[in-house]
Design a protein around this ligand. Structure first.
Ligand code: ADP
Length: 255
């Protein structure tokens, strides 16, 4: 068994919203993500998916329980952890290449190494020819590619992705899903990916964590047995449809 890269033990996050009122955003959640695993989290709106990622990124603190990365308790944001969220976080005043080089530049990576990193990721996300373009001249899907390239260029060991493709049209989304899988297969990062799109979870994840709302906790964790490399044709397979139905039932029928 691979090493536990991320481990949550009985984690809860409670928000006090005044007048003695509390919102339990995450309740008693325990799970592990193993090194180089791709795990998806699905669940209804408000079930605590984003909060879980914020907690792991240490942008929020748990009210109870503990979070470990590489067996060490998380106390501050960890440079091993990268994030891609739904809104684009590209800097509009920097070109595609400058955006991708931004993290390495902050870490004083020498210019020629930065150059190689940027070239590599521009290529991996298919943005050749757009290196010197400003984000406002790019489509939504292209901006998302810059976002992903930028996250990978920091060489994080762990990537937390919160509905990164949520705002894209179906075809662009499928294309980026395949690109992300390919990058993951090559670079073997540990990825935790939140989505409300069941097909996306099944296409990407080796396991899918299914969360419930009130209580905002884990309902079940499904192993997804489809072999890698995966292609879009997987969606046409009866086994895929069977898993889709199983997930749908878990979410809708509370079985
Ligand atoms: P999801 O990502 O699954 O839609 P969230 O993690 O965003 O769910 O939210 C879980 C619950 O916690 C929701 O009821 C939400 O309103 C609440 N919540 C999230 N952040 C805060 C906050 N900063 N203050 C108060 N309540 C919050």
């Amino acid at each position: 068994m691979e090493a536990e890269k991320i481990k949550l033990q009985n984690v809860s996050r409670i928000y006090e919203i005044g007048k003695g009122q509390r919102i339990v955003a995450v309740e008693n959640v325990s799970f592990s993500v193993f090194a180089e695993e791709f795990v998806c989290i699905v669940g209804p709106s408000g079930c605590g998916k984003s909060t879980l990622l914020y907690l792991i990124a240490c942008l929020e603190k748990p009210s109870a329980g503990e979070i470990l990365i590489d067996s060490k308790r998380v106390n501050e944001p960890n440079p091993k952890v990268g994030m891609v969220f739904q809104p684009d976080s590209v800097f509009p005043w920097l070109t595609v290449k400058q955006n991708i080089e931004f993290g390495p530049a902050l870490r004083n990576v020498p210019a020629e190494v930065r150059q190689r990193i940027a070239e590599n990721y521009v290529h991996l996300v298919g943005l050749q020819g757009f290196e010197n373009t400003l984000p406002r001249q790019l489509s939504g899907g292209m901006k998302k590619r810059v976002d992903i390239a930028r996250a990978f260029a920091n060489n994080p060991e762990i990537l937390l992705m919160d509905e990164p493709f949520g705002a894209l049209d179906a075809m662009t989304k499928e294309k980026l899903q395949m690109e992300l899988l390919q990058i993951w297969e090559n670079e073997r990062k540990t990825i935790l990916f939140v989505t409300h799109d069941l097909e996306e979870a099944l296409m990407l994840g080796s396991r899918v964590i299914v969360m419930s709302r009130q209580p905002n906790t884990i309902q079940t964790i499904l192993d997804i047995p489809f072999a890698h490399p995966r292609s879009l044709l997987l969606k046409t397979q009866p086994e895929f449809q069977e898993y889709r139905r199983k997930l749908w039932e878990l979410l809708h029928l509370n079985v």
